[in-house]
Design a protein around this ligand. Structure first.
Ligand SMILES: [Zn+2]
Length: 342
């Protein structure tokens, strides 16, 4: 009798293994990303045996570039290699010295750890590390990557993930709050910053900087001090209830979150799941644009969520607003406690 199959075996392809490393491999420093970028360079140039000496300039280049934009590249305190990169950026040491220090110090852990995901070496590693001869040998799996249709996207995805980790480190929040998802539509990763509802509180600090201690709607005083009675609520501007109808929109995204007083959010005339009036939509747009134009750490995230140009972002908000209005019908507003708050 033939066996009836209920479940089908799923065999991940090379790019799936790559993504699992980039997304779920350990990172206490950004070495993983620099190695990922360097490997993509080697794959592109079809180099298969590469000495650590030759790998060093490629690897160090990526770290130096990132250090220029994001000074925090590790959760640890010190690293001989990172210090050398900083000195190189400040013209204190030469390229030769940097490469020398890189070769001796940068690869101690990263080459062993790169292929490990959830405590295990992935079934199809991308290189073998020949410690005795101080070289790596790229495997066939690496070159199979080059054959996939979306090979060039891997570079963008690795960069995107790296930036995301930098953002999380800079804000002092968990990378889990800045989720990267896989889009089946275009086979790429995207950042959606699902500040999950249970962890949403860590976004308070970031948003209060803009709101300066005032409620988003009524400008009453609020605080982010968890022990205070005046502790602010985190409000979904467009009610979270819309999520079920629009799974394509991330209503938990920071673009849609504002800090409010408890009264506005859930008092007698509270907003609850109502749609804020149009003037508040302008206020939300102004807030998002400010964070983007001031190069706030959430800039990239906001742009990925709502559009890369202001025109696109206006269109995005208008579209969601129209959709919300159609579904929720009436608008909510409240008397302001002072003329202007922020
Ligand atoms: Zn209020």
């Amino acid at each position: 009798m033939p066996k009836i199959e209920i479940f089908k075996e799923f065999k991940p392809t090379e790019d799936a293994y790559w993504r699992s490393i980039i997304l779920y491999g350990n990172n206490t420093a950004s070495y993983k990303f620099a190695l990922g970028m360097a490997l993509l360079d080697l794959i592109e140039n079809e180099q298969n045996i590469v000495s650590l000496k030759d790998l060093s300039p490629i690897f160090a280049k990526y770290i130096c570039e990132h250090l220029n934009v994001a000074p925090r590249q590790t959760t640890n305190n010190s690293s001989t290699f990172l210090e050398a990169c900083k000195k190189y950026n400040e013209n204190i040491i030469t390229t030769e010295r940097l490469i020398d220090i890189t070769e001796k110090n940068a690869f101690n852990y990263v080459l062993d750890k790169f292929p490990i995901v959830n405590g295990r070496i992935i079934p199809k590693p991308f290189y073998e590390y020949d410690k005795r001869n101080k070289q790596i040998i790229l495997t066939d799996n690496s070159f199979k990557l080059k054959g996939i249709k979306y090979f060039n996207d891997l570079r963008k995805e690795t960069e995107a993930r790296w930036k995301l980790v930098e953002t999380a480190w800079e804000l002092g929040i968990s990378t889990n709050l800045l989720q990267v998802n896989y889009s089946k539509d275009n086979y790429s990763l995207y950042i959606d910053t699902s500040f999950r509802r249970k962890n949403i509180t860590s976004v308070r600090d970031a948003l209060n900087g803009y709101q300066k201690g005032f409620c988003f709607y009524c400008f009453d005083n609020i605080t982010i001090d968890c022990d205070s009675e005046k502790l602010c609520d985190i409000d979904h501007f467009f009610p979270h209830a819309l999520q079920a109808q629009r799974p394509d929109i991330n209503f938990d995204g920071v673009w849609n979150l504002v800090l409010t007083c408890q009264d506005c959010n859930r008092g007698n005339n509270g907003k609850f799941a109502k749609l804020p009036a149009l003037k508040y939509l302008e206020r939300l747009h102004t807030r998002n644009e400010y964070l983007i134009s001031s190069h706030h750490p959430l800039r990239e995230t906001l742009m990925l969520q709502t559009g890369s140009t202001e025109k696109e972002r206006i269109k995005f908000l208008q579209e969601i607003y129209n959709f919300a209005k159609m579904n929720l019908v009436s608008e909510w507003s409240i008397e302001e406690k002072r003329e202007k708050g922020f």
